[in-house]
Ligand binder design. Structure first.
Ligand code: PMP
Length: 428
């Protein structure tokens, strides 16, 4: 049975007067930074609960991008003219903002990429081709996004490496004993998602890193879903590579970052080649540029990098600790509310999890549920969420996924619950 989580008129207190954490942030104030949220969809106020797919962009990000195009547009690192210098300064300021945000030791270790997918491909391709040989093993987990499966699989076919997969329990928690038993002399890399997009599970990265490092094995972290929702500190995690996408952290699409330890990146061959990544070129030989330029061939997404820097500053102005605390409170609220609806089965009930409410209903196919929710103005994702092995593990075709951001409110959850009641009315 639900205990009323909000006492009307007393934000931040539950029905018994206890603190519920929902007053850490004022989401109604925050929403003013996101004009897109203030609109009607299908005649109903928009309830945007598809944040794991992509987040909305605050005015600070939109303004930073338009200001670059209005005032400073030029190519970076090439011109001595003023606009080029301004563009270069802003582009590099974005890199420094990312460094600070993830507490990386050095901005040269931060490489701009298109997003998480490219970060993972870069490491698999560059590190893997240099260091892996037939018979080697790469460990991933059963809850990876396809972008942390397929690059290793393709490499595996080419070189003859074996992919080992750490299983998880019914709640969506990794079986750490099995992970430990998988690490061996043939393991060349562990590549693991920090927070699962399909289940919300937050994996114990420091523990996984410690076990891998004890055997000299590097660890790559897919932080696509963790970086928008909690403090991510590469030094505290202890990982060797970490990658994420700008568009899931309130920044633009087409930009993200890969962080790696300088000593590893220095020894890796370029991923793509052409302009910018060279120091000198003759027809006989090319000397590569230093980090980070060695991995940034061609004209980069300059506006994207500037927008990413603005997104970082925006998140810093609110504070990642506060964001995490608020979203956890909202997740508790949503979990309790959805848990009360008969016929709704939550998929992903790990002890440590982020703001993802994935669910399945026998009564209706997830796509039909999604369509009804859309008619109520509610945006959720339905499908396999690019994590088909997760669906196979639960023997379901797809889920409906409501994913939270700090601009979501308890009203949004209440609207979702009401719309699910409507689904039940329609499908019985
Ligand atoms: N990993 C995870 C956990 C994700 O959720 C996503 C995006 N859904 C990706 C990787 C891929 O990110 P992108 O499409 O931005 O490259």
């Amino acid at each position: 049975m639900t205990t009323a989580i909000n006492t009307p008129g007393v934000p931040g207190r539950d029905g018994s007067g206890q603190p519920n954490g929902l007053d850490v942030i004022d989401p109604y104030r925050i929403r003013q930074d996101f004009p897109i949220l203030d609109q009607q969809v299908n005649g109903k106020p928009l309830v945007y609960l598809d944040n794991a797919a992509t987040t909305q962009k605050p005015l600070a990000v939109i303004d930073a991008i338009s200001s670059y195009y209005l005032h400073n547009n030029a190519n970076v690192h090439r011109g001595v003219h003023t606009l080029s210098q301004r563009a270069t300064d802003d582009y590099e300021a974005g890199r420094e903002a990312v460094r600070r945000f993830i507490n990386a030791p050095d901005a040269n270790e931060v490489i701009y990429v298109r997003g998480t997918t490219e970060g993972l491909n870069l490491v698999a391709s560059s590190y893997g081709r240099k260091y892996f040989k037939a018979g080697d093993e790469v460990i991933i987990t059963g809850m990876e996004h396809h972008s942390n499966i397929v690059p290793w699989q393709i490499l595996g076919k080419e070189i003859g490496i074996r992919l080992r997969v750490v299983p998880f329990n019914d709640d969506g928690e990794l079986l750490m004993d099995e992970y430990e038993a998988m690490l061996n002399d043939r393991t060349r890399m562990v590549s693991v998602v920090h927070q699962s997009n399909a289940l919300g599970t937050v994996n114990p990265i420091p523990e996984m890193v410690e076990l891998a490092h004890a055997r000299g094995i590097p660890v790559m972290v897919d932080a696509a879903q963790s970086i928008p929702h909690m403090p991510v500190d590469v030094q505290a995690l202890g990982a060797d590579f970490l990658t994420f996408s700008g568009h899931k952290m309130y920044g633009p699409t087409g930009i993200g970052a890969l962080w790696g330890r300088a000593e590893l990146l220095d020894d890796m061959p370029p991923y793509q080649s052409g302009g910018e990544m060279i120091r000198s070129v003759t027809f006989e030989e090319t000397i590569y540029n230093t980090l980070p330029h060695k991995f940034e061939a061609g004209t980069p997404d300059i506006a994207g990098a500037i927008g990413l820097g603005a997104a970082v500053e925006y998140l810093e102005s609110i504070g990642m600790e506060r964001i995490a605390a608020y979203e956890q409170a909202l997740l508790r609220y949503g979990t309790e509310k959805l848990g009360d609806i008969e016929g709704v089965r939550l998929i992903g009930t790990a002890e440590e999890k982020g703001g993802v409410l994935s669910f399945y209903m026998e009564a209706a196919h997830p796509h039909d549920i999604g369509t009804i929710l859309d008619s109520e103005g509610i945006a959720v994702r339905t499908g396999h969420h690019c994590a088909q092995p997760v669906m196979a593990r639960y023997e379901i075709p797809a889920t409906v996924r409501a994913s939270l951001a700090f601009y979501n409110t308890t009203d949004d959850i209440d609207a979702l619950v009401k719309a699910i009641d409507r689904v039940i009315e329609v499908f019985g």
